[in-house]
Design a protein around this ligand. Structure first.
Ligand code: BGC
Length: 761
């Protein structure tokens, strides 16, 4: 028996090419999979649909866990979040040598913003507006994870969100569909490269399909309700871009879409994803999202498992509903063998394309792992990307960049924590390897760093505990608030400049980390007030995983550098920016509101029939505004300062009347008028003045990150064609409509100049 299995395996090695996978291999692949499926029992087929959590294997021996038994019985198609070549090899060996058909396992992981070399949280990454660097970060993540035996990542997350109360905004690329789509493409390309069967690529997953970023009230997992026209125009594009870029898998969302949970929503998974978009990879559910349909009120465990399969879901993450109930549903005529076969085939095809049948151990190479994972080269890129992601919010007194001399008082609960640097969803990170801000500043020559914690994270102990889970403790201090403040002020008084490391802990954003109050916690505000009273220059280094309400800080503090959670090299990268080795060029990809009551607040909104006329926040009766708050954001989408200054010339258009497929060139001359070399993200927005449906007041349609030496200037030209004018109309047809368009170019969404063109069909 065992010999027969080995023989079959050897045969496989002969038939399957070990190198790349091309279209011409399709027939061979199909033949191979058909033959394999002919041999599979129903149990073995259901096993392929099963993606259990690694759970007890992460720290324990596979042999001793019941996972081993399941693998032997052919009940495991994939496993996720197992880390290390040795552990993965042991598990793969059981699958290949001890299960009846020897089908290899696919190993997934949440490699979200890097592996051990951790890049900034995705929201920070997006603030770099640097597609090449973003792609490179995904490439490095793939190099490292694949060297450690991982074949599949649950990234990119392409959920648009306009609600900073939702903690998972940290995992996405912000509020804009155009930028979000560009980033989705860059990440898929970075992970998958051109050839999935290469040893250094990962299968990408577009998630969470769909609309997960629009839960009511910003409360995670909450109900979503949205018009189809909004889905298609504003929320779907980044998912579609990831699919069009060739992502091999898509993950369903926890929320409902149009009254039916995404995981069981046939319109969404089959009609939109498969039929309209032509997605040909496999669909994995989110973690237990099949079981959760019981709580959504869609029926019992058996019913919801069949519902997910029928809707189009192929693999069941962590729930085992497909494994344990589909046989019964099949017997009772509630599920079809055709659907089961469809799912099995898609999963086996993916394994084939990854080269796992040719060599199940191809990703398992200790030597490569040692050389690649957390290598000095990768860390250098992580440091560069981290610095690029930071957004200079205020620098009115020109306190930054700092001089590399004198005494710096480093104060604040986020100043001396390595654990909080990688940011949420960095499962492969080794916390101890991260560079804290204190580490980063202390490594500089010529600077003396005086440190005091200054305050705890929050007054509320429970809130601090819940915000520092998964080994992210800040080591709550037992001293009184007054004692901690006093120590901080002593240190501050001895220094030339104060660096206040304040904001959120890294687990205050991410999954299940929604907040109703998105301000800096009170105890830290009290610390900041104390520091400001010393009269010394204060630099607020802001750690955050989401847009915060920063009205008070904007008023009081002249210098604010938003550093997000910048990854394993955070401390060095922050120092690079603080001391001007890197001139900040990050720009916000999500609006920072004035108050939580304005949410959802986003730049590409509709005009309404009663727009507010004045922009100074003066209340106007019977206009769409608030009695007690401005409409304008505190910091708009696209905003971010530099140590240098940039000037924009007027826009020059190649034509003011266009027809059909003509192309319009819009040009500005950008000048670096300041003292520092630096990069500027030049942004193009378009407004469609009249439509068959209402159109946004502006939409991002292009951007270029331009580096200019001090004193230099350069023409920046955007090519505009009718592709950029298209949208989904009332009947969900994708086309453009003739008429007047406003072409806007500027430094951020609320600082643009504009010119009009007439474009006829
Ligand atoms: C998250 C996914 C993640 C999965 C696996 C879920 O809770 O929603 O984004 O990929 O867990 O860890």
């Amino acid at each position: 028996m065992k010999f027969a299995r080995w023989f079959r395996f050897l045969l496989l090695l002969l038939i399957i090419p070990a190198g790349g996978f091309s279209q011409s291999d399709n027939t061979k692949m199909n033949q191979f999979i058909d033959e394999l499926m002919n041999k599979m029992t129903l149990e073995e087929k259901l096993g392929q649909l099963n993606l259990p959590t690694a759970g007890d294997i992460v720290t324990g021996e596979p042999r001793k866990s019941d996972i081993a038994g399941k693998i032997v019985a052919g009940k495991v198609g994939g496993l996720f979040n197992v880390k290390s070549v040795a552990k993965i090899k042991a598990l793969q060996k059981i699958a290949v040598e001890e299960s009846r058909l020897g089908i290899p396992i696919i190993f997934g992981m949440d490699v979200i913003h890097g592996y051990e070399s951790v890049f900034p949280i995705p929201l920070g990454l997006s603030a770099s507006w640097d597609l090449e660097l973003i792609e490179k970060s995904a490439r490095i993540a793939a190099e490292e994870a694949s060297a450690d035996g991982i074949n599949w990542t649950f990234s990119p997350m392409t959920d648009i969100s306009r609600d900073p109360r939702w903690g998972r905004v940290s995992e996405g690329s912000g509020e804009d569909p155009f930028l979000g789509s560009a980033i989705a493409r860059a990440m898929v390309k970075g992970y998958q490269g051109n050839d999935l069967s290469r040893k250094n690529t990962l299968l990408a997953t577009v998630k969470h399909f769909a609309l997960y970023g629009a839960p009511e009230g910003g409360r995670d997992y909450n109900t979503v309700d949205m018009s189809r026209i909004r889905m298609y125009n504003e929320y779907f594009p980044p998912y579609k871009a990831g699919v069009d870029a060739g992502a091999g898998s898509v993950m369903t969302a926890f929320n409902e879409v149009d009254g039916i949970p995404a995981t069981g929503n046939k319109w969404l998974l089959t009609e939109v994803l498969r039929n309209q978009w032509g997605f040909s990879g496999f669909i994995v559910t989110d973690y237990t999202s099949i079981d959760e349909m019981v709580d959504h009120g869609m029926g019992d465990f058996q019913a919801v498992s069949a519902m997910a399969l029928k809707a189009g879901a192929d693999m069941d993450m962590a729930g085992e509903g497909m494994l344990t109930t589909l046989r019964k549903s099949l017997d009772e005529g509630k599920a079809s063998l055709a659907d089961i076969d469809r799912a099995v085939k898609l999963i086996l095809q993916t394994k084939y394309q990854l080269g796992l049948f040719a060599d199940p151990y191809r990703y398992l190479d200790e030597e490569r792992s040692r050389k690649t994972v957390f290598s000095p080269e990768n860390r250098a890129v992580a440091r560069k990307v981290a610095a690029e992601s930071m957004v200079l919010m205020e620098n009115s007194a020109g306190i930054l960049p700092l001089k590399k001399s004198g005494k710096i008082a480093l104060v604040g609960p986020l100043a001396d924590t390595r654990e909080n640097m990688p940011g949420t969803w960095s499962v492969a990170a080794v916390h101890a390897n991260a560079v804290s801000l204190r580490d980063g500043l202390s490594s500089l020559e010529g600077v003396e760093v005086l440190y005091a914690k200054g305050s705890n994270l929050t007054y509320d102990v429970d809130l601090e505990n819940n915000s520092t889970m998964f080994g992210r403790s800040l080591g709550r201090d037992d001293r009184t608030d007054a004692e901690m403040l006093e120590e901080a002020l002593n240190v501050a008084n001895k220094a030339d400049v104060i660096v206040a490391a304040l904001g959120e802990a890294s687990e205050m954003s991410g999954e299940s980390s929604s907040r109703t109050n998105i301000e800096i916690p009170e105890v830290q505000k009290a610390l900041l007030d104390g520091l400001l009273k010393t009269g010394k220059p204060v630099v607020l280094v802001l750690f955050t995983g989401r847009p915060l309400v920063l009205g008070e800080e904007k008023e009081k503090v002249q210098t604010i550098l938003n550093v997000w959670f910048a990854g394993s090299e955070a401390g060095h990268a922050i120092a690079d920016v603080l001391f001007g080795d890197v001139n900040p060029s990050g720009k916000l990809t999500m609006t920072f509101p004035r108050s939580v009551g304005q949410i959802p607040l986003y730049y590409n909104h509709k005009n309404t029939g009663r727009p507010q006329y004045n922009k100074e926040g003066r209340f106007e009766k019977f206009r769409s505004n608030y009695l007690d708050e401005w409409n304008e954001p505190l910091y708009p989408f696209g905003y971010g300062l530099s140590y240098t200054s940039f000037e924009y010339s007027d826009i020059r258009l190649s034509a003011s009347q266009l027809k059909g497929d003509e192309t319009l060139q819009a040009t500005v001359t950008l000048s670096n008028t300041g003292k520092y070399d630096g990069a500027e993200v030049v942004q193009l927005y378009i407004r469609d003045k009249v439509g068959s449906v209402t159109r946004p007041v502006k939409e991002l349609k292009g951007f270029q990150k331009v580096f200019l030496k001090a004193g230099e200037k350069q023409d920046v030209t955007f090519e505009i064609d009718t592709e950029l004018l298209k949208f989904y109309n009332y009947d969900l047809e994708y086309d453009w409509e003739a008429g007047e368009f406003e072409i806007m170019i500027g430094t951020h969404s609320a600082a643009v100049q504009s010119k009009s063109v007439q474009w006829e069909k």
